[in-house]
Ligand binder design. Structure first.
Ligand code: CDT
Length: 319
């Protein structure tokens, strides 16, 4: 019997700064209702899906920053989402800003969780590749202060088995880095879930040519990651004009062949779904893209050392 999972990409349109968590969670539930009707086993929401994309604002007061973070998961506002998921037997991926206490110290991460059909959090991922800048840039039309508000994730790129499927997660900028997919590929990942908030234009980038390729680069990175690691990739946007900032849509469900099998067509709340046949990765994984059989890890190290293009793989300490 072929192994299949039906996945819903639940794209969100803009969230206003003044929108309460309650209002946003109602929108998430509405998309989950549609996903259930479409026969989905799991629904994928964007990065930072509970609030407006707050790193676009410079905030001096830490309390203002922390108002965008979740101090517990599920919390009062997010419990209805978990309840609806349990009642409808549907899993989900949710991106949110996480405030955590570790050994008595506060940490802030850009996080996603994988929740199963029983409402149990089976996996947590913290964004590794934090983009943007740390310092306030008053002359820019908007900020991208992720480097100020978030630490880089400390959980790596794990793969979890849920509903008999090997699933991994990453968040937005992580999708542009080949290591993201490869680390999960080496663990046999079958489905990579990710959410994103991608502006159509980044203020310090004065290249109209690069802006024109923003949509192309979105799909290019996810399609390459899928094909090179024989995995499904599901990328989901927070899209549209949010607080004056235009963000791309193009949420996509991508097969291990690198082909897009479903794609959003709006910049608003929209569900697209696909039946993902996990055996479609097998001809690649077992043959010419067999990582165990054909990767040449020793050569990569030799070439890197000889050309002096960086520290030898696995030896990055300064000592
Ligand atoms: N949210 C996020 O990671 N966005 C980045 C764009 C950042 S521009 C500084 C992305 O890779 O889409």
């Amino acid at each position: 019997m072929r192994k299949e999972i039906t996945i819903g990409a639940a794209q969100l349109g803009p969230i206003a700064r003044s929108d309460s968590r309650k209002v946003v969670v109602e929108r998430l539930i509405e998309l989950m209702r549609k996903a259930k009707k479409s026969g989905c086993d799991i629904v994928v929401y964007p990065e930072l899906a509970l609030t407006s994309f707050f790193p676009r604002w410079y905030m001096e007061n830490q309390e203002d920053v922390d108002s965008f973070f979740e101090h517990e998961m599920p919390g009062t506002a997010t419990k209805p989402l978990f309840q609806f998921a349990v009642e409808n037997e549907i899993g989900f991926y949710l991106g949110y800003a996480e405030l955590s206490q570790e050994s008595g110290t506060v940490h802030r991460y850009n996080t996603s969780i994988l929740v199963d059909k029983n409402g149990k959090i089976v996996g947590k991922f913290r964004k590794v590749h934090i983009p943007g800048h740390f310092d306030h840039e008053p002359s820019w039309s908007f900020q991208h202060l992720e480097k100020r508000y978030f630490e880089s994730g400390n959980l790596g790129f794990p793969v979890w088995e849920s509903e008999g499927v090997k699933m991994g997660m990453c968040i937005c900028n992580d999708r542009r880095w080949p290591e993201t997919y490869r680390v999960m590929g080496l663990q046999g990942v079958e489905v990579v879930l990710l959410g994103y908030n991608t502006p159509t234009h980044y203020p310090p980038n004065e290249s109209p040519e690069a802006d024109a390729l923003t949509l192309f680069h979105n799909h290019l990175s996810m399609q390459a990651g899928a094909y090179q690691n024989s995995t499904w990739v599901v990328g989901v946007a927070k899209a549209g004009c949010e607080e004056g900032c235009d963000m791309i849509g193009q949420s996509a469900i991508i097969a291990p062949s690198g082909e897009i099998v479903a794609q959003s067509v709006t910049l608003g709340d929209e569900l697209v779904a696909a039946v993902c046949d996990l055996d479609l990765g097998r001809p690649y994984r077992e043959n010419h893209l067999n990582l165990g059989m054909h990767r040449e890890i020793d050569s990569y190290q030799l070439i890197t050392e000889r050309k002096g293009v960086g520290p030898p793989l696995g030896k990055r300490s300064s000592g």
